[in-house]
Design a protein around this ligand. Structure first.
Ligand SMILES: [Fe+2]
Ligand SMILES: [Fe+2]
Length: 269
């Protein structure tokens, strides 16, 4: 197995390199097993394509897109990304990503994917939509729906015959086989980071060496954060985006090996 490298392309913090732009959302390039997988696309295609160009990532060089869930800050850049390519691409996701979703606080607004499936297909997206875990190419696996044995971090409402709380069932993670262990990439971690890590460990029967991504811990109670400190069984944690600065600071103080994410950060595994 060759080395696996993760490069952050989109994050709420722009990092420290001239030309890179920050923005609300998340996207990362994962290179390994002879393939390039784009995880999520951030909120704004202009920011995504700017950062890809600055980091020398050709849109056509991507073999697969993996969408962690349907929220706008992870899917909003998808259309521009497809337009920037000259050939089709497989897009792996959960079938629930196209649901219409609203947030009601602090104001009522749409928070789902801002595109129709058909318009993305016309631009070359070949969707592979599955609820179950599966290996979509050697060494890269979709977690499928995550079993929620403990708390999750669901947000918003589904618009379907009225409004009902959205469990964000489409929240999946990318699992990368590292041989003796696995790496896990989350988008927002709405399924709950402890559930996600446990699910990944059970699926492949290997420890989670590293977990990278957002954990949706903005506004989390101290008990929730303390539960992460005590029960999150991962070697290294790289987190940002919707983890929130206060929750990040708490975890960084209380756990070993917690590092922040920013655009341009690269992590070799
Ligand atoms: Fe997010
Ligand atoms: Fe989200």
């Amino acid at each position: 197995m060759g080395r696996v490298k993760v490069t952050v392309l989109y994050e709420n913090h722009s990092g420290f390199r001239k030309g890179l732009l920050g923005g609300h959302g998340f996207s990362a390039l994962v290179e390994g097993w002879g393939k390039r997988v784009l995880v999520d696309t951030g909120m704004d295609g202009r920011v995504l394509l700017n950062n890809m160009a600055e980091l020398d990532v050709e849109p056509d060089s991507i073999d697969y897109v993996f969408i962690t869930h349907g929220h706008y800050d992870h899917t909003g850049g998808l259309k521009a990304f497809l337009k920037a390519r000259s050939r089709p691409v497989k897009v792996v996701a959960h079938p629930g990503i196209f649901a219409r979703r609203l947030a009601l606080k602090p104001r009522k607004r749409e928070i789902g994917i801002p595109f129709e499936k058909e318009e993305l297909e016309e631009l070359g997206a070949h969707f592979v939509l599955r609820r179950e875990p599966f290996e979509f190419t050697g060494g890269f696996m979709s977690s499928g729906e995550v079993e929620r044995e403990t708390w999750d971090r669901a947000v918003g409402y589904l618009v379907k015959e009225g409004l009902r709380p959205d469990p964000v069932k489409d929240d999946i993670a990318l699992i990368i086989d590292l041989g003796e262990s696995v790496a896990v990439i989350t988008g927002c971690g709405h399924s709950g980071v402890i559930n996600i890590a446990n699910h990944a460990r059970k699926l492949l029967g290997k420890p989670v060496r590293v977990l990278i991504g957002g954990l949706h811990l903005i506004g989390a109670k101290p008990e929730t954060l303390e539960d992460v400190v005590k029960n999150l069984d991962v070697g290294l944690l790289f987190t940002g985006h919707c983890t929130g600065l206060e929750s990040f600071a708490y975890l960084r103080c209380r756990m070993n090996h917690v590092e922040p994410l920013h655009v341009g950060k690269s992590i070799e595994l």
